[in-house]
Design a protein around this ligand. Structure first.
Ligand code: HEM
Length: 541
């Protein structure tokens, strides 16, 4: 060791600088050598060593993808480098079939990302569904979660919950309306974030979190209670995770770098808090079930109860599987993992889709008129009764509005798949470990499949000839294949019921018609703010 220091002491400061510059120079040469000799070079911006592109420091990565896709003339495939990682971006419907086919049993593209980040540190590597990186754990969790959530969508529970939450929220809005004014002005995205959290809480536990109520009380400056702080913290924890989840993919070697360490630590605190709240909900539910001796009407089961009793002697629908690994009950930690997914994947996605719909409807009054006409046709004179599960079948235009909103501005604008084996994709042969980005917004807006793609036109989804002639995968909202969204049916019920209730009771105008959508994209496109004027409808009948 002494000899080593004697050796170092022989160097001057300029020698260290020279060594540093030589290292950087060699790194840059190596980086570009690798770049220019890469397999299957595709069109794409010239990457900058280490960061890939300065675009990663902006808040809307989707805007960059959209621009590049236009620049490359929707050609079907281009490439990017993000933080040193090559990404192959696919923008044609026929190229994504391999990943999204409903009968796809191939496990080659089952993972969404490489596992070289911090998933294990956040206890997400083997937990939950969305980010799970262990095939066996993902399969087990997805199977149990799917059995718990899918049957809910054929009951009237989701629409009942939306009705009751809307009634509550709407009564707060009416209280906020000043007697001398004919409308209420608000950032509707903040209300809706609370609405969807209360909705998922109801679906999960049968009980409300009261986040809407607490937000209302905060808005009217009521004294802040512990309970109010708790629910606002809960909403904040979801927001933080959704808008900064890139932190999970920071390469392990960078974890302790000064700026990165504080960001990772703060995300860890956020997740610990969030997990703690979820575990509280699960333990509470377990206790209630124990007291009731697990006697629950199977038709009344909430999500957490279904997850707790799955594969136990209390399971009302016991099943046998050829794969014995699917037959064990879930631990509380595993339930916490999938509940985390339900809150993270199931709240913001619906809020954003809802807000985008409001934005596009306000900019297209003739479409809003048709939507209101359909609502009035279905509800005739009875405009206060709950929207039922049966009504949803008759609200075809409302559904077309939801789909058209998701076509033109999908909240999940990109879906990723990581290959574990060599494969042929988009006409090229690829080695294993390639990250493919299926650029949903690019495909949904590709002029090859959609006439005037930037025009908001829900009729596209009503004309059977049009939809039949469309190539497969030219529209996707919920992804596809083995990793397709598990909440898709519940989400459609929630969105249709909510849009109907809102437009039945209010006209919605934007405060600033000139303002573009205020969005940012990390993994999903988030509506940061949407200022609207709600004008209660005055019925003459
Ligand atoms: C408008 C609302 C929603 C949209 C647009 C949406 C969209 C998506 C998309 C695109 C994916 C990725 C699919 C793929 O990789 O092929 C996904 C996954 C997922 N979604 Fe949704 N989602 C919505 C609502 C919900 C809700 C309400 C829940 C649950 C309550 C939910 C739970 C999930 C889960 C658990 C996954 C991960 C599935 C897996 O990795 O196996 N989503 N969603």
């Amino acid at each position: 060791m002494g000899l080593f220091f004697t050796f170092l002491s022989g160097f001057k400061a300029t020698d260290y600088l020279t060594a540093l510059f030589t290292f950087i120079f060699l790194y840059v040469i190596h980086f570009y050598y690798k770049h220019f000799t890469r397999i299957n070079p595709l069109p794409g911006p010239l990457p900058i060593p280490l960061i890939g592109s300065f675009e990663i420091f902006k808040n809307d990565i989707d805007a960059w993808f959209y621009r590049l896709n236009k620049q490359y003339k929707h050609d079907g495939v281009f490439e990017l480098n993000i933080a040193g990682n090559r990404q192959v971006v696919i923008t044609r419907a026929d190229y994504v079939e391999k990943f999204l086919a409903s009968n796809s049993s191939s496990i080659n593209h089952i993972m969404r990302t490489a596992n070289n980040g911090l998933l294990d540190l956040f206890d997400l590597e083997t937990k939950g569904v969305g980010l799970n990186h262990s095939y066996q754990h993902w399969k087990f969790n997805r199977h149990i979660f799917s059995q718990a959530i899918m049957p809910l969508s054929s009951t009237d529970k989701p629409s009942k919950y939306v009705n009751s939450l809307f009634e509550e929220m709407s009564s707060y809005w009416m209280n906020l309306k000043k007697p001398d004014e004919d409308s209420i002005t608000m950032d509707i995205s903040t209300w809706m974030r609370r609405f969807t959290s209360d909705f998922i809480a109801l679906i999960s536990t049968g009980k409300q979190l009261n986040t809407i109520q607490h937000f209302y009380r905060k808005t009217i400056n009521e004294e802040v209670t512990e309970e109010m702080i708790d629910t606002e913290n809960f909403i904040e924890a979801i927001n933080v995770f959704v808008s900064d989840n890139q932190t999970l993919f920071v390469p392990k070697v960078l974890r302790n770098f000064p700026f990165i360490k504080s960001r990772v630590d703060s995300m860890l605190d956020n997740c610990r808090y969030f997990y703690g709240r979820l575990v509280e909900l699960i333990r509470k539910k377990r206790k209630e079930l124990e007291i009731a001796d697990y006697k629950v009407d199977p038709k009344e089961m909430d999500l957490i109860t279904s997850l707790i009793v799955a594969n136990t002697k209390y399971d009302p629908h016991p099943q046998k599987y050829s794969d014995p690994s699917l037959m064990r009950p879930m631990t509380d930690d595993e339930i916490r993992g999938v509940m985390f997914d339900a809150f993270v994947a199931g709240t913001d996605t619906t809020v954003n889709t809802f807000c985008f719909a409001l934005y596009y409807l306000a900019h297209n009054p003739h479409i809003k008129k048709k939507l209101v006409e359909e609502i009035e046709t279905v509800f005739k004179d009875d405009l206060n009764r709950p929207v039922t599960y049966e009504d949803l079948d008759n609200l075809k235009y409302v559904e077309a509005v939801v789909k058209e909103t998701s076509r033109i501005r999908p909240t999940v604008s990109m879906v990723s798949r990581f290959s574990s084996k060599p494969d042929e994709v988009a006409g090229y042969k690829w080695p294993s470990n390639v990250l493919f980005i299926l650029y949903v917004r690019g495909i949904n807006n590709n002029p090859l499949y959609w006439k005037d793609p930037e025009k908001f036109e829900p009729e596209r989804f009503l004309d059977p000839k049009l939809t039949e002639n469309h190539p497969k995968n030219s529209f996707s909202m919920f992804g596809g294949g083995p990793r397709m969204c598990l909440g898709r049916k519940v989400a459609i019920i929630e969105l249709k019921t909510l849009l109907t209730l809102v437009y039945r009771k209010y006209d919605v105008e934007l405060v600033d018609m000139q303002a573009p959508l205020d969005v940012e994209t990390s993994t999903i496109t988030i509506c940061k703010e949407l200022n609207v004027r709600l004008i209660p409808r005055v019925r003459t009948a």
